[in-house]
Design a protein around this ligand. Sequence first.
Ligand SMILES: N[C@@H](CCC(=O)N[C@@H](CS)C(=O)NCC(=O)O)C(=O)O
Length: 200
Amino acid sequence: MKLHGFPMSPNTRRALLGLEESELAYELVPVDMMTAAHKQPDYLKLHPMGRVPVLVDGDFVLWESNAILRYLAERAPYKQLDGDSARSRAEIAQWTFVNAAHLSPALAHIFAHTIRLPEEQRIAKLVENGRAEVARCVGPLDARLQGRDWIVERFSIADISIGASLAVAPMIGIDLAAYPHVAAWMSRLQGRTAWKKIYG
Ligand SMILES: N[C@@H](CCC(=O)N[C@@H](CS)C(=O)NCC(=O)O)C(=O)O
């Protein structure tokens, strides 16, 4: 398998964590976003929306990092990265959808409007809204993690999905210490071999 991605991107790192946790053989094909490689015609043949990451498995091309996680979980069922029952799989979907629809975009807005964009293009209101949305997601996550090691029944793609997003929190001034159960869970994630490999 090949993963086309930008190594510093949280969405790429989400897929990389999935690859490491599944222990499937893969090669990272770097896509240099600094030179807009993700907008070039050859790359757009892989990902017509011009984003990273993209997984290529033989003749199968898959984008959207959370879909990639689900695919990897199914490719390596013995790793038990998905749930065992309809309920646990649905809960894993619930938390990965929270990440894809709400948490990850909110963090991306904060990053864009505090760090990535030139100052004259930054919009303070978007940062304020982003911080409110992050709190709206992380508060319930903290409650969910009280008395649990992992978000669903055992370590799963839900933990990978959300963990890869929250890894950027310190860089954009979000102190996870305000959420003690989330902070403890992040420490558990950071102790995993796959995490150490991807985040160095
Ligand atoms: N929902 C997508 C988001 C992918 C995404 O937006 N990736 C960023 C890099 S972290 C990107 O490619 N940005 C370039 C752009 O949107 O033009 C996923 O989970 O894969």
